[in-house]
Design a protein. Structure first.
Length: 206
């Protein structure tokens, strides 16, 4: 049975409408989402300090904000690899064969690369490293994320606030705050290491 030209008109209109709808959906899907930057004007720098050491043969780490508190302090590291520093308000001191390969003052980013030692002092938005043979110490305030890879001995590395209590670096991503948070037996007894040490000196009260 053949349809008359008049009976075909609604079908053509329906097909045209369907194609138009598909085209609109495709355009919307391809339109990039507008990026909204966080409000950095509400961040702060804390004078709280703690010492943490970390080392790995192969891996990466990132020091970033802890809540509304941006990282600050002294970071000393020996390594082979690359270091990205974002929005540093301080100084960088290289030693050995470590050189700055990128420096964008407008965006506040600089990249250091090589084998040797790098010391960073001040406050910053973030510091990120990846490479090999890292030995580092951070005396300051922030949040650290560690990502490791197994070396030939199936070791990912370690980090510690107390050398008697070394913890595995891990290969799935390990995160912790600095100063160290001490978890007591009760859910509401969460203290920083400084508060914990003061409590011990005061006979356990605190």
């Amino acid at each position: 049975m053949k349809l008359s030209p008049r009976s075909k008109a609604p079908i053509k209109l329906a097909l045209a409408a369907g194609l138009t709808a598909i085209a609109v959906v495709a355009v919307v899907a391809q339109t990039p989402t507008k990026f909204t930057a966080p409000d950095y004007t509400k961040t702060k720098v804390s004078s709280e300090r703690d010492d943490v050491w970390f080392s790995t043969n192969v891996g990466s780490f990132k020091i970033l904000s802890r809540g509304d508190t941006i990282p600050s302090g002294d970071l000393s590291m020996s390594f082979t690899g690359s270091v990205l520093i974002s929005e540093l308000n301080g100084i960088v001191t290289p030693e050995g064969n470590v050189r700055r390969e990128y420096n964008n003052k407008e965006k506040g980013r600089e990249v250091w690369f090589g084998t040797g030692k790098l010391t960073i002092k001040g406050s910053f938005r973030a510091v990120q490293w990846f490479g090999r043979n890292l030995t580092a110490k951070f005396s300051g305030n922030g949040f650290i994320r560690l990502y490791g890879e197994f070396d030939k001995n199936l070791d990912t590395g370690s980090y510690w606030f107390d050398p008697k209590e070394k913890k595995f670096w891990g290969n799935y991503g390990t995160g912790f705050g600095v100063p160290e948070v001490i978890y007591g037996p009760q859910p509401n007894s969460v203290k920083t290491r400084d508060e914990f040490e003061k409590g011990k000196k005061g006979g356990g009260k605190g």
